[in-house]
Design a protein around this ligand. Structure first.
Ligand code: SF4
Ligand code: SF4
Ligand code: SF4
Ligand code: SF4
Length: 765
């Protein structure tokens, strides 16, 4: 499987746990709008469908949302595709339980009724055998339960069992904590101040009161069941001496009152829940997992056998009392051992824990300072008409590889409900690749909104850490790579590149990445040599060039961009430039779209000129290059400027060269990961995309990935190195490939390879 393919294992696993309609979901988000509990940074259940459809296992594991759902079924009513999101949320919870559990038992239990019943039977049998061989004296004249089963023995057994099950549950809870908190490191005091959330939601499950049409009835019903369960546990664990006694207490005695309450609550509510599942309500319980039935049945039988023991004791029937007591303990212990750490009962712990952790996380990442009015001022108001259709998110590579959901960003800005993490930080993951915008049915300029979000901290002097050095280097040296502006021409040493004069046709504008990044020098030099060979008339502004500023503009650094644009525009004007030839699609994009002062100046990317020179016969590829080559469309050449064919035509003119297309190409091309200032990042976030692209190229058997952007050469080159596949695939600029066929190239900064074969060139790259 290549990394660009969807991993279906997650969907299969969750299907086995009860989700049945993942393929139906079209990501319309109607269910999220219907859900009374879906809010703020935690919207669901659509998001969970997306994780399942895309196989995003890590995201699902880190997601608290399945625990924030209380299974009311409201979402089931409105799905236009007839999907049942509530069931999917339930299945996702089961999957999470299996993943938190390090023993692997819960996975087996959820997948196999045989395992579940077998494990229960083994524990129950163990209890029965323990009594067979280890009971106290059997008094038959009267009922002496405490002689048959001494309280001290039972208390010891209770302690051993509960501490073992508690340790298992806590260790699983720790795994849940690590998954949900991810890299967030809140100050320790937040855990203390937010502890109330755990206690409150454990005791009351009060979020349920917002949930569903018969919300009060269902909440009260569950609360009664919970209170019956907790009351019984307290009686058995803390007050066993008073509860299990041979003295018949009067009716008003607390142990009898609480004991009866707990028994009635457990029996009546568990019976009612079983009936509800059998009747299969319209929106809920249409599908029940085996474990749902099994748990309710065991709960009922525990309470029923308990009241039988009590009845036989009151009736004075010793043997029936002792026998039923053993059966009662066997059922109760079996149920606790199977259901508490590995099954349904664990939700009593996981759900409040998820709410608590979510609360800590949110406090550690406080609400965004983003103001709707500020985004509107920069990006207009159209984005507020977003339909929430999710098309953008489903197309967004950053959504597939990371956590950005443009749909969610827009929603949260509009509702002013975002957090720093969900909006401010997420916006930096945007590659400005442009995959989303052309497909938005509302025509929303999503990148403009993202840029507006980014501009706020940048203008406030608080850009993200990775941006600080490039921005200060741009201001001081006119390039983002922390290199002296005076060194800008070092890469062309030995080549004949004259200063631009009004007699020249073209002013060759060199991208900073071509000028300062060693991986781009060969391609840049090859371009200059071919232009000279073709007799093109060109010169350069040399060290007076500044960065075009396109990436700074995408980063929301409007002031930095404006200053760079001012300087370049002045220099072009002073030199009387009428045609600019760019080595980078980013320079092309900036000059064409954002330099207001360049009116009347033609701007062209070098692949367009090479295409024309080849067509005119001024360059003739002669050397056979027996290579399988795939072309990677740079976002800013393809999607942003519509140049798809010229680079391909150049490649197709090279004799012997076979071109193949990757799964994502032209309008559907994948970003290399360097767009939108992400090429300046030093963390792992921006590297995932390059790896994915390399996998696509390898999948079609390409030996060379040709491209026409210095950032792509850099990012994809990094990915090849990290993947260790340099012996299988090389990254080459189109100019370099063409030069290998058109002419012998003398590289002053590297070994001379005039006579190198094409294969040797690939090996060198
Ligand atoms: S309502 Fe929810 S489950 Fe149904 S198609 Fe829309 S997003 Fe998918
Ligand atoms: S079942 Fe209820 S709480 Fe859960 S996702 Fe659906 S509407 Fe929301
Ligand atoms: S521009 Fe690209 S990375 Fe940014 S939101 Fe749109 S699709 Fe995602
Ligand atoms: S921005 Fe456009 S594509 Fe994205 S959710 Fe809104 S309407 Fe749909």
């Amino acid at each position: 499987m290549t990394s660009s393919e969807v991993d279906v294992r997650l969907a299969q696993e969750v299907s086995q746990l009860g989700a049945r309609d993942m393929e139906l979901c079209m990501q319309c988000a109607t269910c999220s709008a219907s859900c009374p509990l879906s809010e703020g940074a935690h919207t669901f259940p659509r998001k969970i469908y997306r994780y399942l459809q895309l196989g995003l296992e890590d995201q699902l594991l880190a997601s608290p949302e399945p625990w924030l759902c209380y299974y009311c079924g409201e979402c089931n009513k409105d799905c236009p595709r007839g999907a049942e999101p509530a069931e999917t949320m339930m299945a996702a919870r089961r999957w999470l339980i299996t993943r938190y559990d390090w023993t692997g038992l819960s996975r087996r239990f959820y997948r196999s009724p045989v395992w579940q019943v077998g494990a229960f039977a083994a524990v129950a049998l163990g209890i029965i055998l323990a009594f067979c061989f280890g009971h106290g004296p059997i008094v038959t004249e009267r009922v002496e339960l405490t002689t048959f089963a001494p309280v001290a023995w039972i208390q010891l057994g209770d302690k051993i069992m509960l501490s073992t099950l508690g340790a298992l549950l806590l260790s699983n809870g720790f795994r849940m904590y690590r998954a949900i908190m991810g890299g967030v490191k809140p100050p320790p005091w937040l855990y203390v101040t937010q502890a109330w959330a755990f206690v409150l939601h454990y005791l009351t499950q009060m979020r349920w009161r917002k949930c569903g049409t018969d919300r009060s009835r269902r909440w009260v019903r569950h609360l009664l069941l919970f209170s019956g369960y907790v009351t019984m546990e307290v009686l058995v664990v803390a007050f066993l001496g008073a509860f299990q006694t041979d003295v018949v207490h009067p009716m008003w005695h607390p142990t009898r009152i609480f004991g009866y309450y707990a028994t009635v609550a457990l029996m009546v509510i568990s019976a009612e829940m079983m009936i509800s599942r059998r009747q299969k309500e319209e929106t809920l319980h249409r599908y029940s997992d085996f474990t749902d039935w099994f748990f309710l049945l065991l709960l009922f039988l525990t309470a029923f056998s308990g009241i039988l023991v009590h009845g036989f004791r009151l009736a004075g029937w010793p043997l029936l009392t002792y026998g039923t007591y053993v059966v009662h303990l066997a059922i109760a212990v079996g149920m606790l051992c199977i259901m508490l750490p590995f099954g349904k009962l664990s939700h009593l712990f996981y759900r409040p824990l998820a709410i608590f952790l979510t609360s800590v996380r949110q406090k550690a990442s406080p609400d965004t300072t983003l103001e709707l009015a500020r985004v509107q001022a920069d990006a207009g108001e159209l984005f507020q008409s977003c339909l929430q259709c999710g098309t953008c998110t489903s197309l967004c590579p950053s959504s597939q590889e990371g956590s950005l959901s443009p749909r969610q960003v827009l929603r949260q800005i509009t509702l002013e409900s975002g957090t720093k993490r969900s909006v401010d930080q997420a916006a930096w993951d945007c590659l400005t690749c442009g995959a989303c915008t052309p497909n938005c049915p509302r025509g929303i300029g999503i990148i403009d909104v993202i840029k507006a979000v980014r501009a706020i901290p940048v203008a406030g002097g608080k850009p993200p850490a990775f941006l600080k050095a490039p921005l200060s280097s741009l201001k001081a040296e006119g390039n983002p790579w922390k290199r002296a502006g005076a060194e800008r021409q070092q890469w062309v040493q030995g080549l004949d590149l004259p200063p631009f004069s009004p007699g020249h046709d073209y002013c060759l504008f060199t991208c900073c990445t071509t000028a300062y990044d060693g991986r781009n020098h060969i391609g840049g030099r090859a371009l200059i040599e071919m232009l000279a060979k073709a007799g093109a008339s060109f010169g350069t502004l040399g060290t007076s060039e500044n960065c075009c500023g396109d990436q700074a503009r995408q980063a929301g650094a409007d002031a930095v961009f404006a200053e760079l644009a001012r300087r370049n525009t002045e220099r072009f004007a002073q030199a009387q430039v009428t045609k600019i030839l760019t080595t980078s699609p980013h320079c092309l994009n900036a000059f064409k779209k954002a330099y207001g002062g360049l009116k009347g100046v033609d701007v062209e990317h070098y692949t367009e000129l090479l295409d024309r020179l080849l067509a005119a016969g001024r360059l003739v590829p002669v050397q056979n290059l027996p290579l399988t080559v795939t072309y990677h469309d740079p976002c800013y050449l393809g999607r942003h400027n519509g140049i798809y064919e010229a680079p391909r035509r150049v490649l197709m003119r090279i004799p012997g060269l076979v071109t193949v297309e990757m799964a994502s190409s032209r309008q559907d091309s994948l970003c290399c990961g360097g767009g939108g200032a992400n090429g300046w990042r030093t963390d792992a976030a921006s590297r995932r995309f390059g790896r994915r692209r390399i996998a696509e190229a390898l999948a079609v058997g390409a030996q060379v990935i040709a491209t026409a952007c210095p950032y792509c050469v850099r990012m994809l080159g990094d990915a090849v190195r990290r993947l260790g596949v340099g012996d299988r695939v090389a990254i080459m600029d189109i100019a370099r490939l063409l030069a290998m066929s058109v002419t012998a190239v003398n590289h002053a900064n590297g070994p001379t390879r005039e006579h190198a074969t094409a294969e040797q060139e690939v090996g060198h790259a």
